[in-house]
Design a protein around this ligand. Structure first.
Ligand SMILES: [Zn+2]
Length: 258
């Protein structure tokens, strides 16, 4: 069975066939799914999906590009959601300097990243971190707040293998998805080669990031076997081993998942 650690099934791209698609997951070998909130609105829709499906769990949090929706009131609401039995992580949170180049906006991103990291510490939940074009600031901020005390994953990992080793030293997992199958995914392939399989989590980030041979189409969790196959080839182990070990990794990190 495959543990899908990062999906957005509340996305409008699934409006036409969401239930039909989700009903195919368990028969198709996808045993658990974490649906990840990225704004206050999508945290609500994430919780709705997790309520309606036994095998789907919720991560609650606000993505750096959506921090406009955060204030003390909505942050308090977010905190309330953490006590629900199926809320298993805070995410996705982090820094994204690819879309936001303004210093003032980046400062706001750091502020809410920190606040949500502290929320994770306070509520004993792991974090799902999104970090794009912000490697140094992500690492510095994590060091500053002693992120080694807060377990988590760097999702859709896009930095160097050396940087991955630094995150792993802090106790973090590395989220690997469709990019590892891309022709231009050399850096991620090198990372996968270098880090222990015990530190890898499987994810889609669907509807985005569909792996080869389906690159460019709407992604969904039944594509993960293409990622598994690629990791197995790089590591020189069987696809079964990749599934089993990454399953155990996810169960360990997201300890509220049953
Ligand atoms: Zn995501």
């Amino acid at each position: 069975m495959i543990f899908e650690t990062h999906a957005h099934y509340d996305d409008e791209k699934f409006d036409g066939d969401r239930e039909e698609l989700l009903s195919k997951m368990q028969p198709g070998g996808i045993g658990r799914i974490i649906n990840v909130g990225s704004s206050i609105e999508t945290t609500k829709t994430t919780i709705d999906i997790a309520k309606n499906h036994d095998f789907v769990y919720a991560a609650v949090g606000v993505h750096p590009s959506d921090i406009d929706g955060l204030n003390e009131e909505t942050f308090a609401w977010l905190r309330e959601q953490t006590s629900w039995e199926k809320t298993v992580a805070i995410g996705e949170i982090g820094l994204d300097y690819y879309w936001d180049k303004e210093e003032e906006v980046q400062k706001q991103q750091r502020y809410w990243f920190k606040r949500q990291m502290e929320l994770a510490r306070e509520t004993n939940l792991p974090v799902i971190i999104h970090s794009r074009d912000a490697a140094a600031d992500t690492m510095n901020l994590m060091k500053e707040i002693h992120a080694e005390e807060i377990p988590g994953v760097i999702h859709c990992y896009s930095y160097s293998p050396e940087m991955a080793e630094q995150f792993i030293k802090m106790g973090y997992y590395i989220g690997v998805g469709g990019v590892v199958t891309f022709k231009n995914g050399k850096k991620l392939k090198e990372t996968v080669k270098k880090i222990p399989i015990e530190r890898i989590l499987l994810e889609t980030d669907c509807p985005y990031m569909a792996p080869e041979p389906n690159r460019g189409t709407r992604n969904q969790s039944l594509n993960i076997p293409f990622v598994v196959k690629q990791i197995a080839e790089i590591k020189g182990i069987s696809t079964q081993e990749v599934e089993d070990i990454t399953w155990n990794n996810a169960m360990k990190l997201f300890s509220k998942v049953k």
